[in-house]
Design a protein around this ligand. Sequence first.
Ligand SMILES: Nc1ncnc2c1ncn2[C@@H]1O[C@H](COP(=O)(O)OP(=O)(O)O)[C@@H](O)[C@H]1O
Ligand SMILES: [Mg+2]
Length: 603
Amino acid sequence: MKLNEVDYDKSFEYVYLYKRMWPYVKPYLFRGILGILIAIPVGLLDGIPALAIKFYFDHVINGADSTFAQKVVAWIPISIIGFAVIQGLLMYLNNYLNDWTGKKITIGLQKDLFKKLLRFEPAFYDKNTSGLVMSRFLNDPGGACGGIITNLKDLISTICSSFALVGVLIYTSWQLSIFAIFMLVSAFLPVTLIRKLVQRVSHESMKIGSSVNTNFYETFNGNRIINSFNLQKYQFEKFLDQLIQSFNLSMGYSKRAGWLSPAMIVIGSFGIAGVMWYGNHLILNKTISTGSLFAFITALVLLYKPVRTLGNTMAGMQGSFVSMNRVVGLFDIEPSIENHPESEKIPTIKDSIKFENVWFEYEESAPVLKGINFEVKIGESIALVGNSGGGKTTIANLIPRFYDIKSGSIKIDDIDIRDIELESLRQNIAVVFQDNFLFSGTIKQNILLGKFNATDNEIHKALKDSYLDEFIATLPEGIDTEIRERGVRLSGGQKQRLAIARAMIKDAPVVILDEATSALDNKSEAIVQKALDKLMENRTVIVIAHRLSTIQNATRIAVVNHGEIAEIGSHDDLMCNPNGAYSTLYNAQFKFTEQTQEELQEV
Ligand SMILES: Nc1ncnc2c1ncn2[C@@H]1O[C@H](COP(=O)(O)OP(=O)(O)O)[C@@H](O)[C@H]1O
Ligand SMILES: [Mg+2]
């Protein structure tokens, strides 16, 4: 499933999205609600300064009763400070609670998304770039959570603050409030207009962000190729292109959404001008007091901030819904290779691996394997040979179920592998590829990946059998030497032997070797081959190799061409047919490589 294909239609279905987020919010509900409730007084307390001004003017500046005025004069400043302290404390608590709940919810989402990431089959990784996957899994949970917590809190506190201030407006003069209401309504209209724009921009910028991620990843991992092919300029231009795209996108957004704030300033100025003009009128008529007018103007000015924030918060909210939609979309993609309720555990393979009329395709209606049949009995070995692109690797990848077949069946001990519990299936198989991934960490840690509870003796034996012991003895830190990411400190042959040691310690009854020596020079090949021979001892082996001796010794050889088995049989059987696929291949390829190898050995 390609991530881009997840639809974005649900980002306006707020109730649906909140429902889907519910399981992640539920455990932290109490603190979440508490945080949001605290946002209410924090917002409401914004009304206090404006009210204080009214009292101050009405009773102190224009105060008739002097003893009461004295009291008010003493209490107003103190209560202003008092309320501010309360508001400050509540705000701190509010922010702390919100941060806490927000991060907890994000972690909950990320945990589940990462579990899902680990469950995906190789086909998922074939179709999606690392950058896209990374941004989806790393950024979106936080973004989604922002809509549940931070933006919601801001929304509530600004709404409350607006309510309190509007309350002050109406309390001081309902006539003047008409202007304020007009201001509020006009501030909301533009926000709803840009909803769609926010959604599109957020989607687009995620796409660009992910291609930037991919670019970084490739610059990092493809560093040697970039240097050797002098691709710096090429790589830089790709990056430049992404920068320009991202610039254009955000400028487009600024152009189309940037008028919001200025428009509100203008609308606001109309409001204030109107109030001044009409307020003067009302004072002359003695309809309102000077204190009321001052308080009104103060409240109006204070209202400006929450109303403006409201616009941003609403836009932020929409962005969060887009993220939520993407997170939900990820939760909805189900890995296609999974256990089913009746999956059977197989402790160890006892009888055979059998391909029965297996058809397979990577892409819809482009069959790569077309009716493959063969059987490997326990203890036997089969060598797959044939032209490049014929389908050998594909056959090998089907056995541990990296991909599922289209039709036919693959059976282990007469059980379809789709009915075998995945973990027990894979526990039975050790794979060594041409290029094996090593993890950052020490040599020992990498070997232990094959069996976490291996004893020192087992490790020692694996190192010996993979002919790594001498090399390790030369390292000052020995087996605890850090090999860093991708094993940069090791030569090709050493990496390969480490991968073999890892496979050995797993001690699986079935071994799959896919061109495990073909990336090596003759000298390292010889020693890696010796390690492989040890690995193959007493095991059922599926081997894809170019080395004649390995192939000759196989119980059976299958020539795989164009997704079909052209010929199958032992070396001697197949050589009997001088025009057969195998003899042709043998004459064209193996004979010469073998000759050169023999010559080399003589030298
Ligand atoms: N992950 C993949 N996605 C799509 N096509 C693939 C993938 N891997 C291999 N193929 C195609 O499948 C065919 C068989 O490839 P492969 O099994 O690797 O051949 P071999 O190992 O015999 O060289 C090739 O045409 C190749 O292009
Ligand atoms: Mg291959």
